[in-house]
Design a protein. Structure first.
Length: 85
């Protein structure tokens, strides 16, 4: 866990309070029906949760296949790798 100095914790708390003030001021400046619609959309998005990334490979595919042109070389035969004597 990261430890922050007393000054850093206080700065972050002050920043959070200021952001909340700005949000309240913004919501107060827009018409009530639009603010209600926006709040409903935000609530629905929070309930939905984070988006789950779909796998980019077909099921059954080996993980991390080689890139095209980078396939492993075939193994050399023992007979061809020996020097003639």
């Amino acid at each position: 866990m990261t430890k922050h100095s007393k000054f850093e914790r206080q700065r972050r708390a002050d920043e959070t309070v200021r952001v909340q003030e700005i949000e309240r001021a913004w919501q107060g400046s827009i018409p009530a029906p639009i603010a209600a619609e926006f709040a409903a959309v935000v609530k629905a998005a929070k309930e939905r949760g984070p988006w789950v990334r779909q796998p980019d490979m077909a099921p059954g595919t080996a993980p991390r296949p080689p890139r095209p042109g980078r396939e492993p070389k075939p193994k050399k035969d023992d007979a061809t790798s020996r020097r003639r004597s």
